[in-house]
Design a binder for this molecule. Structure first.
Ligand code: 13P
Length: 340
């Protein structure tokens, strides 16, 4: 089996999924500030050390996506983060896009940048231990958006990135995120998500990306935050799976959802329901950022003495999400932390 395929399959191993700890410095600083923690390089490092040294988390986490700064940081006692993860059997990954920037000629839409010099950066990250990567495209829904122009250029860039990753023996996670912001209905979300996936797979195919050696990181099909009609979990799961079945080739080994601002419990429950809906052509897993770390960050609050309590929070979310990956998550399990 090729190295790419082997690593893609490792990342979606049974009961495990991915921790997205690849917030850029700007995003991480905002999250630290919101949690009452001073935004500094040392606090960004300390939070990542807290997460990556949580005992037992690796039972549920197959890989961790890092940001460039974190990729080059170490624990307080000097172990580089990529090595710390590898030693626990966790695959180190790297976010390689340089962010979503305004799309010229289409106000209110974004294009993700980062292709310049990517071939050279990928070679360096492989040397440093990275075996998978992430690139996130952002698609906004409103009455008139997304424009076909925005969908096309983002799909093209995602495929350029994915082809370069595979050349470097790095598994690309292809992330076209249709945002939940706004008042759109779930019907509209399903339609747009389908159009975006269809454009992305056409580009991936045109640019010779091997589907067996990549993972897809999509949004779930949800109504906008401000929509007055909110679907129940079964409807989200059914529509999401229907949309994926229509647009994602069966050769792709796994789907790793983003949590995208859903509550921790919603993100876990919906993943669970999808896994209970029987075998699908691909593994149904997770690549959560906020959905795994938010509770730990709030509990930590930048205080050394709170580290064990924060690690307990993270271990709990990793365990619940890992169970949802198998369709075995229950409300009782969710409540266990409170009684522990
Ligand atoms: P969320 O789970 O917080 O959406 O983050 C996942 C991610 O990596 C977004 O790019």
């Amino acid at each position: 089996m090729s190295e790419l395929r082997q690593n893609a399959e490792r990342l979606v191993a049974e009961g495990k999924g991915i921790l997205a700890a690849d917030e850029s410095n700007g995003t991480m600083n905002k999250r630290l500030e919101a949690a009452g923690v001073e935004p500094s390089e040392e606090n960004r490092r300390a939070l990542r050390e807290l997460l990556f040294t949580t005992e037992g988390a690796a039972e549920h986490i197959s890989g961790v996506i890092l940001y460039d700064e974190t990729f080059h940081q170490s624990t307080a006692d000097g172990t580089p983060f990529p090595r710390l993860l590898e030693d626990q059997g966790v695959v180190p990954g790297i976010k390689v896009d340089t962010g979503a920037k305004p799309l010229p000629g289409s106000e209110d839409e974004k294009i993700t940048e980062g292709l310049d010099g990517l071939r050279e950066r990928l070679a360096e990250y492989y040397e440093g231990g990275a075996r998978f990567a992430k690139w996130r495209a952002v698609i906004t829904i409103d009455e008139h958006l997304p424009s076909p122009y925005c969908v096309h250029v983002n799909a093209h860039a995602l495929a350029r990135y994915a082809a370069l990753c595979q050349e470097a023996q790095i598994v690309p996670i292809v992330e076209p995120e249709v945002l939940m912001d706004g008042g759109h209905t779930i019907d509209r979300s399903e339609e747009v998500t389908g159009d975006v996936l269809s454009a992305v797979f056409a580009e991936l195919r045109a640019q010779h990306v091997q589907f067996e050696g990549m993972l897809l990181k999509p949004n779930m099909v949800l109504a906008g935050y401000e929509c007055s009609e909110q679907p129940d979990d079964d409807e989200v799961a059914e529509r999401t799976l229907r949309c994926l079945r229509r647009h994602v080739p069966a050769a792709v080994p796994g789907i790793v959802f983003l949590s995208g601002g859903q509550s921790d419990e919603d993100a876990t429950t919906r993943l669970n329901v999808m896994n209970q809906m029987g075998p699908q052509p691909w593994e149904i897993s997770f690549s959560y950022g906020r959905g795994l770390q938010a509770a730990a960050l709030t509990t930590w609050h930048g205080e050394d003495e709170k580290v064990p309590e924060a690690q307990k929070q993270y271990r709990h979310r990793a365990r619940c999400t890992g169970a949802a990956r198998r369709g075995e998550y229950t409300e009782a399990m969710e409540r266990e932390l409170a009684t522990a």
